[in-house]
Write a protein that binds this ligand. Structure first.
Ligand code: PMP
Length: 435
């Protein structure tokens, strides 16, 4: 047995499924999960000492590459000054200011520790602000694992083919309306029927937890119009896209193309913690000021605004200048086009799904024009991905262990790393064709 196999066996005895987050278990791709001991730049190293080019990037945070020396240095310095104070710090205000500077509709920010907390709080806040109960979400969108958000939720639920979660009461599930993505008529119909009682619509700025499914051009702006016409709030979930696809997230990308719209609340995570647990919700001051201690909507956290984590996030955002985003965009394009060419050369029908520098692939002739919603994504020839994944892994490239996840590049993916990916593609495409 390899050391990964040994470790997995031991982990399974001590941890449910051997993992602390379901997709890590490699259920849909088979084989033994990697047990990582080191990550540096574009590479991760497993317990057997094997090095892989990484296209997971900790599921998004590592835009600069793993363990960027300047981020590690500020973390060390912050740690030496104290690991946690449970009190206000100057740096957390700097982080809030920086987020608000870059994302114009954000006036105030509350820091939390995970994306799940950010969306959970945003929903409570929307309900507290509007005095309404219902929440609208889109099928295939993942917003973390709080009760009301697990219906048709993508990510690990898509990977494990779960419609929702046991343990969520019917009463809670009944307060979430799930609509097909990219379907404005469905949104209009939901508001026509329940308009007075819909507190908020939550949407991934660009869906990236069922694989990547970008919003149709103008979808987010039209959604904002409908939501606002009915006195509800729009919660733009940028936990994954925020500060990854541009310095102002997906909202920034769309705004640059003059599709101007202003969500009431945003949620962020991943990149804003630079690999440590920081997430946030932010938005209009009028809404945000409903949070305690100013307002009646309660939210709190022992480790919220943790000084070590905030230091990592601040340094990551400061280092992520326009040249970093240009590098991410160029690498994403190069890699995705190379994958597509290799698949085409083997006759594997597919489509490259893109949202900024995020991408993934759907397989199947009927999806050659792309997938726009969860039903289409689920209808793909998903069985081709495990073979592709395992072939890449054997060649030293670590891909997301599910066809329903985005691929993530980092600014540290240099020629050597990219060459290893490109060299591995012909074999992997053959494996996908033979599956
Ligand atoms: N929202 C989105 C869009 C996400 O992608 C994720 C995590 N992948 C979350 C929320 C939940 O974040 P966390 O895992 O930090 O709780």
């Amino acid at each position: 047995m390899t050391s990964n196999e040994n470790l997995f066996e031991r982990a399974q005895a001590a941890i449910p499924g051997g993992v602390n987050s379901p997709v890590r278990a490699f259920r849909s791709v088979g084989g033994t999960p990697l047990f990582l001991v080191k990550a540096s730049g574009a590479y991760v190293t497993d317990s057997a000492g094997r090095e892989y080019v990484d296209l997971v990037a900790s599921w998004g945070p590592a835009i600069l590459g793993h363990a960027h020396p300047r981020v590690v240095k500020v973390v060390q310095d912050a740690a030496a000054r104290g690991l946690s104070f449970g009190a206000s710090t100057p740096a957390e205000t700097e982080l809030a200011e920086l987020i608000a500077e870059r994302v114009a509709p954000v006036e105030k920010v509350r820091l939390v520790s995970t994306g799940t907390e950010a969306t959970m709080t945003a929903i409570r806040l929307a309900r507290g602000f509007t005095g309404r109960e219902l929440l609208v979400k889109f099928a295939g969108h993942y917003h973390g694992h709080s009760d009301g958000l697990l219906a048709a939720a993508g990510s690990g639920l898509a990977t494990l083919a779960l419609p929702g979660s046991a343990g969520v009461t019917a009463a809670t599930a009944g307060q979430t309306l799930v609509l097909p993505y990219n379907d404005l008529d469905a949104v209009r119909a939901a508001f026509a029927e329940h308009g007075d009682n819909i507190a908020a619509v939550i949407t991934e700025a660009a869906a990236a937890n069922m694989g990547v499914v970008a919003p149709d051009p103008g979808f987010n702006a039209a959604l904002a119009d409908i939501v606002h016409a009915h006195g509800a709030l729009l919660i733009m979930d940028e936990v994954l896209t925020g500060f990854r696809v541009s310095s102002a997230g997906y909202w920034g990308l769309e705004n640059a193309y003059s599709q101007s719209y202003a969500p009431d609340l945003f949620t962020f995570g991943k990149v804003i913690g630079g690999g440590l647990p920081v997430a946030a919700l932010g938005g209009r001051a009028e809404v945000m000021d409903h949070l305690a201690p100013l307002g009646p909507v309660y939210q709190a956290g022992t480790l919220s605004g943790n000084p070590v984590a905030v230091a990592a996030g601040l340094e990551t955002l400061r280092l992520a200048d326009e040249s970093v985003y240009a590098t991410l965009d160029a690498s994403a394009l190069l890699i995705s086009e190379a994958v597509s060419a290799a698949l085409s050369a083997e006759g594997v029908a597919h489509h490259v799904q893109r949202a900024g520098n995020l991408f993934s692939f759907v397989f199947g002739e009927h999806l050659a024009g792309g997938a726009r919603n969860y039903d289409q994504v689920l209808s793909q020839e998903a069985y081709r991905y495990p073979a592709f994944f395992q072939s890449m892994l054997a060649a030293g490239v670590s891909l997301p262990p599910s066809v329903f996840e985005a691929w993530f590049v980092t600014a540290a993916h240099d020629d050597r790393a990219i060459t290893r990916i490109l060299d591995a593609l012909p074999e992997a495409a053959k494996a996908a064709a033979a599956a």
